[in-house]
Ligand binder design. Structure first.
Ligand SMILES: Cc1ncc(COP(=O)(O)O)c(C=O)c1O
Length: 391
């Protein structure tokens, strides 16, 4: 996409604005499905946060089946909107919010809740008993690797070893109102950590640790899967992965679905992987309002920093114009962001940026303008634009 072309398309749109380049989304939907071979893909809704995009992706390619949601209220809202096959990816404990969802399950909706601690199991069992339902659950299995000198992974699930799993399965076998339907292992250190690091130590260490960790976690996951099968559970969900690990995750042949979200927009952090490259699809445009010295162009807004550990990679990335550089001392500001450009730019034109993380940009805007090479096709609401803010 050429800078002049994109500026012309958005010349009459109030700034700042979010914009989705539809040809890139279409290509990403197709390329991600190809990477997953014929394995079904569950969309991580947290990395999308726009109903239109969720719906579009599910309709565009039949390999996309169902959603991994991120909040109880969100899951309820999406159920009411007609979405089905929902796996709530994270455990919750607030009983009242489960009740309407369990009613939906009673009426035939396919909704599964995540659990790992005994208390999660107890709460779901108690609610199932109250409403006379067997509540479908999925166990979150920890996929981190403890290298001793470094914990390679995330700290989420309490089910780390086969022994932990055995205890949890025993517990489940004693609870009559839950139904173990799935297991999920999110290998964050593979899926969410790119190799192209700016720090040279990380650049060397990460690919090496990743290759060791993949082997270890695959062995552990296989043992856990076999144990559950041998105990007589029929698992319909064996979920793993994320955008950054599709190829590796599906090498484990018993995995029957992968979760993908961020690759659809291909946000800034997803430029850091060596084995795939998706198309930047979601941008935000901010206006050049000032020109304090010859090569400095200052825009209004811009400071949308991504969550997680603090680092320069959490800042937005310049998409267009190409050679524009942000100023390290000021960074991306709350209401003003200066850039350096060798080429003169026009006051009133826009600078196009990408958020480091995919779904978070949608928390900043009520609408996304869907556009192609010539024009704006449609204006669609984000979750926020529909009055929804879940986390
Ligand atoms: C449980 C779980 N599965 C999968 C993913 C992968 O999502 P994405 O493709 O957006 O990286 C995530 C992301 O954090 C996650 O938390």
């Amino acid at each position: 996409m050429d800078y002049h072309q994109i500026n012309t398309i958005f010349e009459k749109i109030p700034r700042p604005f979010a914009a989705l380049y539809l040809p890139a989304l279409q290509k990403n939907i197709h390329d991600i499905a190809k990477r997953a071979k014929n394995i079904p893909i569950r969309i991580a809704s947290k990395s999308v946060r726009c109903q239109w995009v969720l719906d579009y992706t599910l309709k565009q390619n039949a390999q996309y089946q169902g959603l991994m949601t991120y909040h109880l209220e969100e899951t309820l809202w999406l159920s009411e909107k007609g979405f089905d096959n929902l796996l709530l990816g994270y455990p919750y404990t607030f009983k009242n919010s489960f009740l309407p969802l369990i009613e939906y399950i009673k009426n035939g909706k396919n909704i599964t809740f995540m659990a790992d601690l005994p208390i999660h199991l107890e709460i779901l069992n108690e609610l199932g008993k109250k409403l006379n339902v067997k509540v479908p659950i999925c166990l979150d299995l920890d996929m981190s690797t403890d290298f001793g000198f470094v914990w390679f992974g995330v700290k989420r699930s309490s089910i780390r070893t086969l022994e932990d799993l055995k205890l949890r399965i025993k517990h489940i076998q004693n609870l009559k109102n839950i139904d173990l339907k799935g297991i999920m292992g999110y290998e964050a250190q593979i899926a969410g950590l790119g190799e192209k690091q700016s720090d040279w130590i990380k650049k060397l260490a990460i690919p090496f640790l990743k290759s060791l960790s993949i082997k270890k976690l695959a062995e552990r996951r296989k043992k856990m899967f076999d144990f559950i099968q041998n105990e007589g559970f029929q698992l319909t969900i064996v979920n793993g992965g994320g955008t950054g690990s599709i190829e590796k995750t599906i090498e484990e042949t018993y995995i029957n679905e992968v979760t993908v979200g961020s690759g659809l927009y291909s946000s800034g952090l997803f430029d850091m992987y060596k084995d795939f490259c998706h198309q930047p699809a979601l941008f935000f445009g901010i206006e050049i309002t000032r020109n304090p010295e010859p090569n400095i162009f200052t825009c209004s807004g811009g400071g949308y920093i991504a969550s997680g550990s603090i680092g320069i990679e959490k800042q937005p990335k310049v998409f267009l114009p190409k050679d524009l550089k942000f100023l390290k001392d000021e960074g991306f500001g709350e209401v003003q962001t200066p850039f350096y450009s060798k080429i003169p730019l026009n006051i009133g034109d826009c600078v196009f940026l990408r958020h480091a993380k995919a779904g978070e940009l949608c928390e900043r805007f009520n609408f996304v303008y869907v556009f192609d090479d010539e024009k704006i096709i449609e204006q669609v609401p984000t979750y926020r634009g529909e009055g929804k803010c879940f986390v």
